[in-house]
Design a protein around this ligand. Structure first.
Ligand code: GUN
Length: 289
């Protein structure tokens, strides 16, 4: 059976270390990192994430600012709020929860957040940095995945990595990070030929498509490391359940190591958001390290 990669434990360790850094920033620099989260509309999953983010931000000693706007909010009203947050010295990180209602132009909003306060790594400048010389802020979910992969496998040089899913939030930045880590990287998607054979060639298999249990154990190379980014709500035998993009039962019988859902990638994503906020706070104040 595969080793279970305990994302909850990794996230706790990262939060403990961040709490120490935050305490030092306060003591030595009179700096309390602040994270502003903007939620437009009432999407239930987004509401849960935003609540968890705020709770954990406060737990590590940072300031949390929540802005909840109704679904019918005009784009200009949202842009005006972001402009205000860009100019607010107590705010070091700004996250606009996605997806946004369909009347709002997502990339206009994303790029209106100052790249110095972008904690998602979605701003074009940060995307550009990730894909060139690094040094910008890195999207939270792929960053968490990379941290767990390195903790599990050490040096990733030369490994074949297959990422199923080509989203801007996960697939593409994950590919950039694994390339930087010297993997040979393939991004697969809905039009990929022989997806099964391709997945079976992977030493590292990252599933990020948003389809419940799409990847069965028969697609996993024996001993491979499987990272399951999916969070799918399904109903099974009259019960509501959270499952990943990987069929955990069959895959964990073949893989060398695997992240569970829940308790794998999810907790690390929020911990990485806090990490990015601390990084941006330090950068904005010119504090090294
Ligand atoms: N919605 C789902 N994942 C994310 C994320 O990482 N950042 C933001 N802003 N919204 C999301």
């Amino acid at each position: 059976m595969a080793t279970v990669i305990d994302g909850k434990a990794y996230a706790q360790k990262l939060r403990n270390s961040l709490a120490e850094t935050v305490a030092t920033l306060k003591k030595d620099h009179d700096l309390v990192p602040g994270l502003a989260v903007v939620l437009v509309g009432e999407d239930p999953a987004s509401q849960v994430y935003v609540r968890n983010k705020a709770k954990q931000t406060i737990e590590v000693g940072m300031q949390s600012f929540e802005h909840k706007l109704p679904a019918e909010t005009a784009q200009d009203t949202l842009l005006a709020l972001i402009e205000k947050l860009n100019g607010d010295d107590s705010v070091h990180g700004i996250l606009v929860q996605l997806p946004l209602p369909s009347h709002i132009h997502e990339s206009t909003v994303i790029n209106s957040v100052s790249h110095d306060k972008d904690v998602d790594g979605f701003h074009l400048i940060n995307v550009g940095r990730l894909n060139t010389d690094g040094g910008g802020v890195v999207p939270c979910t792929p960053l968490g995945c990379l941290m767990m992969l390195k903790a599990q496998l050490g040096d990733l040089t030369g490994l074949n990595a297959v990422i199923v899913g080509r989203s801007n939030i996960v697939g593409k930045p994950m590919a950039a990070l694994l390339l930087q880590a010297n993997c040979t990287v393939t991004i697969a998607h809905s039009r990929t030929q022989d997806l099964e054979g391709l997945c079976r060639s992977a030493d590292i298999l990252v599933a990020a498509v948003g389809r419940a249990r799409m990847v069965p154990g028969s697609w996993v190379k024996p001993g491979a490391t499987v990272i399951d980014v999916g969070i799918n709500r399904i109903e099974e035998q009259g019960k509501r359940r959270l499952v990943g993009d990987v069929d955990y039962d069959s895959a964990s019988a073949v893989a060398g190591a695997i992240t569970p859902v829940p308790g794998g990638v999810g907790p690390m994503t929020i911990a990485c958001l806090l990490h990015n906020t601390v990084q941006q706070a330090k950068r904005l104040r010119g504090i090294q390290g």
